[in-house]
Design a protein around this ligand. Structure first.
Ligand code: OAD
Length: 258
């Protein structure tokens, strides 16, 4: 990749230095350099290989619970084997440099937390927080009972110890509402922040993608970081073309000399 330092708009550096509140809004692209597939990249994206209506809807789970549970167990195992990358670390390093940082993610992995970020707003749930499909009680797998499939496999979901219903992945499926409190926090932050950095998301999934519009309408300096065009380049203040693991550390280095 060519040195993107020359492309980093001085407006961004100035805005970051004086910002009271920065929002970083991430998607699957931030975890791509950790070896986790995105959803919509051609060929490698999960939705290029699998049909979301077979795997990521409440109806799919009702129809074929072991297919759906096994697919998420495979993704959970892949996350466990992955490590945070330079993008996760740069975002964690940004937090102490600004008065307030809100990190909002669509990702269901825990790589932001493992890089040191605290209080991450998870809009689409978390792979680590399975719950009962019936009574919604959180599920704690027994020590040593975790499946570690190396590929998509059929695995019968465990049963809830309290009501006997099936345990489901703690993620938001198509057709489901976003969790209320995280989404409210995300909207509030997008509305008041000075700088909004949108990173590694195709911005194709609503209502999450509407956060960028909120920030634009509220007058924040908005930044997109992505190696590919998303169609939002004209809408944001600054569009930086490149992988998050290279671009975010360079933004930090140029802004704070870190
Ligand atoms: P997508 O797969 O739609 O978009 C990923 C984006 O990351 C694309 O714009 C890629 O170009 C970009 N990308 C790839 N490699 C990158 C890198 N190294 N650095 C930065 N960007 C990179 O993923 P999301 O936008 O996160 O929903 O998808 C949104 C939601 O759709 C997901 O949360 C998921 C999915 O269905 C649920 O799980 C509920």
């Amino acid at each position: 990749m060519s040195d993107i330092r020359s492309e980093i708009d001085p407006r961004l550096i100035a805005a970051l230095r004086r910002a009271a509140h920065v929002v970083v809004f991430t998607g699957a692209g931030v975890s791509a350099e950790s070896g986790l597939p995105t959803f919509r990249d051609r060929q490698t994206g999960l939705w290029a290989r699998f049909n979301p209506s077979d795997l990521a809807t409440p109806e799919a789970f009702e129809r074929d619970p072991s297919l759906v549970w096994g697919w998420y167990e495979w993704r959970r195992a892949a996350v466990l084997a992955a490590q945070p990358n330079a993008a996760h670390r740069a975002i964690a390093a940004l937090a102490p440099r600004v008065p307030q940082l809100t990190l909002i993610t669509q990702n269901v992995d825990d790589l932001h937390e493992r890089a040191g970020s605290r209080d991450v707003v998870h809009l689409h749930g978390e792979l680590s927080s399975s719950r009962c499909a019936g009574c919604r009680r959180p599920y704690q797998p027994a020590e040593g009972s975790a499946n570690r499939p190396t590929g998509p496999a059929r695995i019968e979901p465990p049963r809830c110890a309290a009501c006997g219903d099936r345990i489901r992945p703690g993620v938001v499926w198509f057709g489901e509402r976003l969790p209320e409190q995280p989404f409210r926090r995300a909207r509030e932050a997008a509305h008041v922040c000075d700088v909004f950095i949108c990173c590694g998301t195709s911005s194709r999934v609503q209502p999450a993608a509407s956060l960028t519009d909120l920030a634009i309408a509220a007058g924040a300096l908005t930044v997109q970081v992505d190696p590919n065009p998303t169609g939002r380049e004209e809408d944001v203040s600054v569009a930086l073309r490149g992988p998050a693991g290279a671009v975010l550390p360079q933004i930090l280095a140029l802004t704070w000399g870190a």
